[in-house]
Design a protein around this ligand. Structure first.
Ligand SMILES: *[C@@H]1O[C@H](CO)[C@@H](O)[C@H](O)[C@H]1NC(C)=O
Ligand SMILES: *[C@@H]1O[C@H](CO)[C@@H](O)[C@H](O)[C@H]1NC(C)=O
Length: 511
């Protein structure tokens, strides 16, 4: 009966979130359970990444994945379920939220915390705020605030803890302890953690960051609940000795773990935080907007609104490049082929950090939507973008905290897979924003010191290479994490070959 109750609980949850009417099927609960319930849960899971309104909020998505993950395990591995659904789950399992998904979602939340300088105590209350001049200001105001539970925060803290990232574990576990204390340590069946677990992990995290006095007081609190715990008794003794030996506490505080992108991190985060608003950058009198036809007869009647974003590197934004109907066509063509994005790692293609984005490649024929887009890109850029002079259209969907760390689009090494097409390097990038994003998700040009917000249906174009064929290092760019929303983009990478008469070479390294 416990598992039956949990099934009902999930039904209620599903109903509440997606207002699907399922209860009429409960007459044959287990048949229903093993078939349509399964379908619904797996649909729901893929919906998480397709992003109906509620799922745009990373806190909602996180809590839902968490509930589905833990409760689903209880449900699926109950005896009734096993008897009624032999074999079914094994073949379908990859569609269900796994521990990896949950950990990926937790890491996504921590990435949002870092990049947008969000306060963990606000996140726990369902708010997106950062501290400026001692006051919490809203970075984004969600229509509905979904507060996190002590167990939700515990899970995020534990993911950090397991990576020995005590900077994040201290902050999340402090919220967890605070919330668990508030519920006076009551245990609810869906919880994985308890107040004791949170105290234990938090005490050790404090110890690791040099805050021995706090490690001691938390351990003493823990002993109050678990007086005979030998390990904790030993720790208390150890902390007391350390405090006597060390004298006054070192006040070095919490420091963020170092990352591979340390050199560019500060600029990257500043550019992401401005979310595309940078009046200073656009004061440059050489930047302008116009109606652009590229002297193409087909564009004379319908010029494109062009915004020149930067001269070095040359980057422009074309407004209303794609229509709503075309966006839907591209997304539905891409949907079945979406795979976790891979990065070239040595010889092998390795999947990047879990669920950061999913992507699909669309081949075009001259009749298809993809062919039409190719043609339009050609008209605007004056370049030949037909395969193999242009790569197939890549459609990318970003998940919770989905981002793309600073990188170049062009190859920087002769062994790069970019050269597989044998049409030279990627001379230019044409990136179409397929969806609006409520907050975050800008494209940040790190060295060029500007970012481009997501403008629904617009496209950014920039040259990756100088006219002499050398890579332009000012094109180093990143996709900022999506704070709220469901970000879709389509990329067209245009290669050097095929453009010999369309973009003249030059030996001047500045061009
Ligand atoms: C130890 O942690 C507590 C709680 O977070 C904090 O108030 C205190 O300032 C910290 N002490 C040091 C020395 O970092
Ligand atoms: C980048 O831009 C910001 C604001 O637009 C400005 O304050 C800063 O000095 C710029 N940095 C560089 C290196 O130009």
């Amino acid at each position: 009966t416990i598992s039956l109750l949990m099934q009902l609980d999930i039904l209620v949850l599903l109903e509440r979130v997606f207002t699907i009417s399922v209860l009429r099927e409960t007459e044959c609960f287990l048949c229903f359970f093993s078939r349509s319930f399964y379908t619904k849960v797996s649909d729901l899971h893929s919906e998480l990444y397709k992003g109906p309104a509620g799922m745009a909020n990373p806190l909602v998505a996180f809590t839902l994945i968490k509930r589905l993950h833990s409760e689903w395990l209880n449900v699926v591995y109950s005896n009734e379920a096993l008897e009624n659904a032999q074999g079914r789950y094994e073949e379908e399992e990859p569609e269900l939220p796994k521990l990896e998904d949950l950990q990926g979602a937790a890491k996504g939340l921590m990435r949002l915390q870092d990049v947008y300088a969000l306060q963990v105590s606000s996140l726990a209350r369902g708010r997106f705020q950062r501290v400026a001049d001692g006051e919490a200001v809203d970075v984004y105001m969600p229509a509905v605030s979904i507060p996190l539970s002590g167990d939700d925060c515990f899970l995020v803290g534990k993911v950090a803890y397991e990576q020995e990232d005590y900077y994040h574990s201290v902050q999340w576990l402090e919220e967890s302890v605070r919330l668990f204390r508030g519920t006076r340590g009551e245990w609810s069946p869906e919880n994985e953690g308890t107040l004791e677990d949170a105290l234990d992990h938090l005490a050790f995290s404090h110890f690791k960051t040099g805050n021995v006095s706090h490690a001691l007081s938390l351990s003493q609190e823990l002993l109050h609940y678990d007086p005979m715990n030998g390990r904790v008794l030993q720790n208390v003794e150890k902390y007391e000795k350390l405090l006597v030996a060390a004298g006054p506490p070192r006040g070095d505080g919490l420091r963020r773990p170092t990352s591979t992108y340390l050199r560019t991190r500060e600029t990257y985060e500043r550019l992401c935080q401005t979310q595309g608003s940078q009046p200073m950058h656009f004061k440059n009198p050489r930047l302008f907007c116009d109606y652009f036809t590229n002297d193409n007869p087909a564009l004379l009647l319908m010029p494109v609104r062009r915004e020149v974003l930067s001269l070095q590197p040359f980057a422009v934004l074309y407004h209303d490049f794609i229509t709503d109907v075309e966006v839907e066509d591209v997304k539905s063509l891409a949907q079945p082929g979406l795979r976790r994005s891979v990065v070239a790692a040595g010889e092998k293609q390795a999947t990047a950090d879990y669920r950061i984005s999913k992507s699909a490649w669309l081949k075009g024929s001259s009749f298809s939507i993809v062919g039409k887009l190719d043609q339009r890109i050609s008209m605007l850029t004056g370049l030949d973008v037909k395969h193999p002079y242009g790569e197939y259209l890549q459609v990318v969907n970003y998940g919770i905290g989905g981002h793309y760390e600073p990188h170049f689009d062009h190859a920087t090494s002769p062994s790069s897979p970019v050269f597989k097409l044998k049409t030279g390097n990627r001379v230019a990038t044409f990136m179409i924003y397929l969806s609006p994003v409520e907050a975050g998700g800008s494209t940040a040009f790190i060295y060029a010191n500007f970012s481009v917000p997501v403008v629904e249906k617009a496209a950014i174009f920039w040259w990756n290479l100088h006219r002499n064929g050398e890579g332009n290092i000012d094109t180093l760019h990143a996709g900022c994490p999506v704070l709220i929303g469901d970000k879709w983009v389509a990329n067209k990478w245009i290669h050097e070959f095929g453009q010999e008469f369309l973009r003249r070479c030059s030996l001047n390294p500045e061009e």
